[in-house]
Design a protein around this ligand. Sequence first.
Ligand SMILES: NC(=O)c1ccc[n+]([C@@H]2O[C@H](COP(=O)([O-])OP(=O)(O)OC[C@H]3O[C@@H](n4cnc5c(N)ncnc54)[C@H](OP(=O)(O)O)[C@@H]3O)[C@@H](O)[C@H]2O)c1
Length: 275
Amino acid sequence: MSVKRNFGLKGRNVIVTGASGGLGRELTLLLIRRYGCRVLGVARNEQKLLWVRTELGELSDHFEYIAMDVSHRECWEQLARYVSMGRFKADVLINNAGMLPRFAKFGEYSQDEIEQCLSLDQDSVIWAAEEFIPIFEKKTGCSIINVASADALCPLAGTSVYSAAKSAVRAFSEALREEYRGKIYIPSVCPGFIRTEIMKGQGRSVSPLIGYFSMPAEKAARVLLRRANAGRSRIVFGLDAHFMSAAYIIAPVLSLRFFKWIFKVSGLEMFRDIF
Ligand SMILES: NC(=O)c1ccc[n+]([C@@H]2O[C@H](COP(=O)([O-])OP(=O)(O)OC[C@H]3O[C@@H](n4cnc5c(N)ncnc54)[C@H](OP(=O)(O)O)[C@@H]3O)[C@@H](O)[C@H]2O)c1
């Protein structure tokens, strides 16, 4: 059987974390409307999850949700129990929930900011694997799709903790991909900027320039799902992501200095704390 037939997304039961907004919301809508999936959406804000269901109209019965904070270990135990009890027969998990701390020098972050980022952006992906690999190993054609970032291909000054967490997610996914090849499909996803609410954590005005470089969330979801459905091992998209990746491979030291210089000469308020 081809990878596509084995692990394709059509008609699957998919858990999407961070389904209430941004990329996760678009993934959810597309999975249901275009791929005929059933989706269990997970996020903290129940009202926003309800809006997603309302938006689905006559397909709303394909969407159920659990309001949960995936940055806590116990939530994954609860979610795995829910699935093991047969209340949602998941065969795909998309670890999409994430946050971007404000751009700053490492020393400017509080302990809380560091822990929040690591538990959501990194640890939750590992807890998810601990809980769901044993469940998925007993079935056939299951997938765990981990959303990292272009920062995992080229770390940027001002994003030390986020880059570390996302690099860990990429490396973890790539190692798992080989360990479970043929049994569970585990690609890593490294997008460039996407137009979502992720910048709201910056706590200061975000330049419209970022919007200009960003990919619309609906397009990002379309590309991600198309490539995952085709069984791609590594999913990188966005011109900025490809540029960052190539620059880092060619000049791993100079590329970082170059991007830092760009941040500096941009004079943008959002990068002020990096210097
Ligand atoms: N946007 C970009 O430029 C970009 C670029 C590269 C990679 N990414 C990655 O793409 C993923 C999605 O980001 P996005 O841009 O869509 O962000 P977003 O617009 O801020 O949406 C984040 C989603 O995650 C949920 N969430 C946040 N904390 C959570 C928690 N502790 N537990 C459960 N759900 C939580 C949020 O819902 P609630 O608030 O309701 O919990 C929301 O649905 C992230 O992993 C991000 O790192 C984004």
